[in-house]
Design a protein around this ligand. Structure first.
Ligand SMILES: [Zn+2]
Ligand SMILES: [Zn+2]
Ligand SMILES: [Zn+2]
Ligand SMILES: [Zn+2]
Ligand SMILES: [Zn+2]
Length: 415
């Protein structure tokens, strides 16, 4: 059994190799489309080189930054690809294919005439490879679910760990995805995408005695992952307290308090104490003389959990009550109630689309009851998928849609 770090290094190499030999040939950089909601990558190699944070499109991640250290950001809204602009030291080879021949030219640097970047691009900490309120790099093998804030105006569509949304100190939840999977399968006899086992780790499954030292998800006090579609994080909620409270009432949605605590027990204690304070306040309401010892109920920042019908409810509220503050607020953020599609390359439906693309497409078709709730699940499937597709790519064999579907139907459900 190799160590975790060896495993990760190996996995990275595999992914890079797979990326390199994938026949998928994205022909278009999204730069010309301007700001889009799209799949984004942040190149850390170029960031180190230029000192400027960057956002690059899928095509550029494959063609211009192949061997670079890339952070996959999944989707963000209103971003323009930065590749080949003056945030970089070299041109975009997707937009200017001829440049790849000129790299050896000694006057390369003088000749490179960078495009002008989109000055409205935002760069939250995800672009440095840091996620969540704990401000940590994402590790698909150790981290469990991460959930993206759908509103994102304040947090830049950040991703959050469950325990961090609850306010628990980072690191106090002990997670080993492998063990969690085993337990869940035993207990529930059902599969969820976030319980997929990791290839390569299965071999070391014999230490059953350690099972109890791992925390099982979802965490006590955290809503069931199937009970909501998306979240608005406590940071964004706190930024717009009135509007978000109206929204919470209208949608009748669950929420969870962000209560900084060192353990689940401590968190529960704080919660109870706070409730009691509130009750005492109610009892003493008419007794103003005692106000000096009156303790006020503390309001903790709240994360909201939106159910899958939230858009239609918001839409009908806006239609029938266009003058409420909530309607006016939502009008500024139309993506909250309108369709908010992720950019797709125009030839996406082409039969010759790549095996990788096919797989990713299939991944997006997975029914919502098995919904991919977070980064971890997605990343795990992707690494399995990459492994599955690699031999096809190496042999230059075309994988059929049936084969990809079969992969999802058999392999994924077994795990
Ligand atoms: Zn691009
Ligand atoms: Zn790069
Ligand atoms: Zn490029
Ligand atoms: Zn966190
Ligand atoms: Zn947010």
């Amino acid at each position: 059994m190799s160590s975790l770090s060896e495993y990760i290094a190996n996995q990275d190499a595999l992914e890079q190799e797979a990326r390199g030999c994938m026949p998928y040939d994205p022909k278009e950089c999204t730069f010309m489309h301007g700001p889009l909601r799209q799949e984004l990558y942040a190149c850390q190699t170029c960031y180190k080189l230029t000192g400027q944070l960057n956002a690059i499109c899928y095509a550029c991640s494959i063609k211009c930054h192949t061997s670079h250290d890339l952070i996959e950001l999944f989707t963000k809204r209103e971003r323009t690809c930065d590749c080949g602009t003056n945030r970089f030291k070299f041109p975009c080879f997707v937009r200017y294919p001829n440049w790849s021949n000129l790299l050896l030219d000694l006057n390369f640097k003088k000749k490179f005439d960078p495009d002008i970047p989109d000055l409205n691009n935002k760069y939250g900490h995800n672009f440095k490879g840091l996620f969540c309120s704990c401000n940590k790099p994402y590790n698909p093998l150790i981290d469990s679910n991460m959930i993206q804030c759908i509103f994102g105006i304040y947090c830049d569509e950040d991703w959050y760990h469950e325990e961090c949304l609850m306010g628990l100190k980072p690191g106090i939840i002990n997670r080993n995805p492998n063990i969690i999977i085993k337990k869940k399968n035993l207990n529930l006899g059902q599969n969820r995408l976030n319980e997929l086992s990791e290839p390569g780790l299965d071999a070391n499954d014999d230490d059953d005695d350690d099972d109890d030292s791992y925390d099982i998800l979802p965490l006590n006090g955290f809503p069931d992952l199937n009970s909501f579609e998306t979240i608005i994080c406590w940071k964004c909620v706190s930024k717009f307290p009135y509007e978000m409270n109206e929204l919470k009432l209208l949608l009748n949605c669950e929420s969870i308090d962000y209560i900084p605590a060192n353990s689940i027990d401590e968190r529960i204690n704080i919660l109870h104490k706070n409730k009691n304070n509130n009750n005492n306040n109610n009892n003493n309401e008419n007794d103003n003389n005692n106000s000096s010892i009156k303790r006020k109920k503390k309001e903790f920042p709240k994360t909201l959990f939106l159910k899958d019908n939230y858009k239609s409810i918001l839409k009908s509220h806006i239609n029938s009550n266009p003058d409420t503050l909530l309607s006016k607020f939502l009008n500024k953020y139309k993506f909250m109630y309108e369709d908010d599609p992720i950019f797709k390359y125009p030839d996406d439906n082409d039969d010759s689309s790549s095996i990788f693309e096919l797989g990713i497409k299939e991944l997006k078709n997975i029914p919502t009851d098995q919904a991919v709730q977070g980064l971890a699940a997605y990343e795990k499937i992707k690494s399995k998928l990459t492994e599955f597709l690699k031999p096809f790519a190496q042999e230059g064999r075309i994988v059929t849609e049936e084969e990809v579907k079969a992969f999802f139907n058999s392999d994924m459900k077994e795990k």
